[in-house]
Design a protein around this ligand. Structure first.
Ligand code: SAH
Ligand code: SF4
Length: 355
C-alpha cells in the first residue's frame, strides 16, 4: 500500500500518533515547524529531530504525494496547477492575486456527484474523495512555488471552490481547515477561508455547530424551486425552503455573514423579475447576507447556457441594490487559462482520450 502524506494529520493527531509510538510531545511540534514554517520537502532535512523518530516517520509517511503535471500562468498573475495524484487522477488548484492578498482555490474530490447542469467539474462523476493530506498538499505546493520565486509571498486566503462538493467530504475538509488555521503552522485566519457548498443542508447545521469562524458560501443560483431544480438537480432533494432553514440556523448560531453565489445565465436566471424574487427571498436576512454575482464561464459541453449580457448583469445588480441587498459582481481571474472550476482538468482528460 502506498504511504499517505504527513500533511493529512492535524497537529493534535500527529502528537497523539508520535506519542503512541514512544516519542515525546515536543517532537510533533518540531516536525510541524519543519513542515509549515521552514517548509522542507524531505524528512532528512529535519535536523533537530532524532534519527529514530525520522526513521519512523519515513516508514509510515511521505511528505509529497502530488506531482505537478501542468502549470499555466495567466497575464493577470493567476497560476493554474494541475496535479497528478498517486493513483493517476488529475486535480486542479488555482492561485489568484488580489489587492488584499493571494488566494488559492482548492479541490476536494475527484469529480463531483452533484452534477450541476452548468459545471465542468460535475461532468465526471466522483471517483473518490481527496484525503485531508491531498487537500493540504495543494496549498503547500502553491506555497513552495511562491517560496521558490523568493519574493517572500504567502498564501493568505483560501477558497474551497475547486472540483467537488466539500460537504460531501466533510471530515477531511474539517481536518484540512484545522491544519490551515493552526497558529503554529500556516496560521491562515479563519476569516480568510471560504467554503462553498451546493447546499447540503445537514452539513450546514453541522458546520454551524463547529463554530469555526470560517466563511460559508452557498451556491444558490436561482430564487425558486422550479428554476433551481432545472439548473441544479440537488434542489429536488434539498429544496430552497429546507436550504433557507439551514441558512437561518447558521446565521443564528454563528452570527456570521453568509454569501449566496449566483451564476448569471443568459435568459435563464438573469432577468429583473428574478432579481426581485431573489431580493424577496433574502428579505430580512439581508443584514447578514452577501450576494456574489458570478459571470458564467462557458463550458463546451453545456452549450445550452450563455453568459449574460452586460446590461442584464447591471440591471440584476441594480435591482438587488435597490432592495438593500449587499452584492458584488465577482471579478474574473485567468479566463485565458481555463481557470474556471474543473475546466483545465476536463480539457486535459479529453485530450488524453483523444477527443
Ligand atoms: N461544489 C461546491 C464548490 C465548488 S463549485 C459548490 O457548488 O458550491 C464553486 C463555484 O463555482 C460554485 O458557486 C459553482 O456554482 C461555480 N461554478 C461552477 N461552474 C461554473 C461555471 N461554468 N462558471 C462560473 N461558475 C461556475
Ligand atoms: Fe459539483 Fe459545485 Fe460543480 Fe455543482 S457546481 S457540479 S456541486 S463542483
Amino acid at each position: 500500500m502506498s504511504k499517505s502524506s504527513i500533511y493529512g494529520l492535524t497537529l493534535e493527531k500527529l502528537t497523539v500518533w508520535l506519542m503512541e509510538h514512544g516519542h515525546k510531545k515536543f517532537r510533533a511540534q518540531q516536525v510541524w515547524d519543519w513542515l509549515y514554517r521552514k517548509r522542507v520537502t524531505s524528512f532528512s532535512e529535519m535536523t533537530n529531530v532524532n534519527k529514530e523518530c525520522l526513521q519512523l516517520l519515513e516508514e509510515h509517511f511521505v511528505i509529497h504525494t502530488l506531482k505537478q503535471h501542468v502549470k499555466q500562468e495567466s497575464a493577470d498573475g493567476t497560476v493554474k496547477f494541475l496535479f497528478k495524484l498517486q493513483d493517476g487522477n488529475l486535480i486542479e488548484t488555482v492561485l489568484m492575486r488580489h489587492k488584499y492578498g493571494l488566494s488559492v482555490c482548492v479541490t476536494t474530490q475527484v469529480g463531483c456527484n452533484i452534477g450541476c447542469s452548468f459545471c465542468a467539474s460535475g461532468l465526471l462523476k466522483k471517483s473518490r474523495d481527496l484525503s485531508s493530506g491531498e487537500i493540504v498538499e495543494q496549498i503547500m505546493n502553491v506555497q513552495h512555488h511562491l517560496d521558490e520565486a523568493g519574493q517572500d509571498e504567502r498564501v493568505s486566503h483560501i477558497v474551497v471552490m475547486g472540483i467537488g462538493e466539500p460537504f460531501d467530504n466533510f471530515d477531511n475538509l474539517i481536518d484540512f481547515l484545522e491544519i490551515m488555521k493552526d497558529q503554529k503552522g500556516l496560521a491562515i485566519g479563519a476569516r480568510h477561508i471560504t467554503v462553498s457548498t451546493s447546499g447540503l443542508s445537514d452539513k450546514i447545521y453541522e458546520f454551524a455547530d463547529l463554530k469555526m469562524q470560517v466563511n460559508l458560501a452557498i451556491s444558490l443560483h436561482a430564487p425558486n424551486n422550479e428554476l433551481r431544480s432545472r439548473i441544479m438537480k440537488i434542489n429536488r432533494a434539498i429544496p430552497i425552503e429546507k436550504l433557507m432553514q439551514a441558512i437561518d440556523y447558521y446565521i443564528e448560531k454563528t452570527n456570521r455573514r453568509i454569501t449566496l453565489e449566483y451564476i448569471l445565465l443568459r435568459d435563464v436566471n438573469d432577468q429583473r423579475e428574478t432579481a426581485q424574487e431573489l431580493a424577496d427571498l433574502i428579505g430580512d436576512r439581508r443584514r447578514l447576507t452577501y450576494v456574489n454575482l458570478i459571470p458564467y464561464n462557458p463550458v463546451d459541453e453545456h452549450s445550452q447556457y450563455q453568459r449574460s449580457e452586460k446590461e442584464s448583469v447591471l440591471a440584476f445588480y441594480d435591482t438587488l441594490k435597490k432592495n438593500g441587498i449587499n452584492c458584488v459582481i465577482r471579478q474574473e481571474h485567468g479566463t485565458d487559462i481555463d481557470a474556471a472550476c474543473g475546466q483545465l482538468r476536463s480539457k486535459q482528460i479529453k485530450q488524453a482520450q483523444g477527443k
